[in-house]
Ligand binder design. Structure first.
Ligand SMILES: [Zn+2]
Length: 209
């Protein structure tokens, strides 16, 4: 069974997710904006990290990934259309007044319909552009859980005014990739509390089913 631990990181209060296979103790880290609190939680739980994922290339989602890679020495999976954001990580950092950041090294490029596995967990990769061109989300059907990054939040949606953003694409992603999942699916959001597909499909003020 997939367990998800949320760790609030960076001044943007980004939810890094530590995904753990309950049967094997194998784990994956998604959206590591800052390594220190994530490494602390990994040690506390005693899990064995096998891979690092990112939903998209914004600094609060990948800013700590290079430092995490240095310790964990496991592959990093990242969507190719967001390469301009990964390569421009230093510019993102100076734009927001952060200290210097080193871009993480990508081992595999993620695309729609890829499958990522660790332990006995199988994650489907769904391409959901709009917030950024490459944005992907990770869905585990067995436990009905979705790691949604900055596509959709409880009662809100991701910004589309940043480089590469598109409001048309975001609405389409939410309607065709998120609202088509079972209603009971728990959505773990990049910011704020978790929600469910059914709740957002009925009540989200920006995009309804
Ligand atoms: Zn973002």
């Amino acid at each position: 069974m997939l367990e998800i631990h949320e760790i609030s990181v960076t001044p943007f209060e980004q939810n890094c997710t530590l995904l753990v296979c309950g049967e094997t103790g194998k784990a994956a880290v998604c959206d590591c904006g800052d390594a220190a609190p994530v490494l602390e939680r990994i040690a506390e739980l005693g899990v064995d990290v096998e891979l690092i994922l990112a939903t998209h290339g914004h600094l609060d989602h990948i800013g700590g990934t290079h430092a995490l890679q240095a310790v964990c020495k496991v592959p990093f999976y990242f969507p190719e259309p967001d390469e301009f954001l990964r390569e421009g990580l230093s510019e993102q950092a100076s734009l927001y007044g952060w200290g210097p950041l080193t871009p993480p090294v990508v081992d595999f490029h993620l695309k729609d319909a890829d499958v990522v596995t660790f332990g006995r967990v199988r994650l489907d990769v769904l391409h959901c552009p709009g917030h950024t061109p490459g944005h992907v989300v990770f869905y585990e059907a067995k436990s009905a859980k979705l790691v949604a990054g900055d596509v959709i939040f409880q009662g809100s949606v991701g910004r589309t005014d940043l480089p590469g953003g598109s409001w048309e694409e975001l609405q389409n992603s939410i309607r065709t990739k998120v609202y088509t999942l079972p209603d009971e699916t728990i959505i773990h959001c990049g910011h704020g509390p978790a929600t469910s597909v059914g709740r957002e499909a009925r009540t989200n003020p920006f995009v309804r089913k």
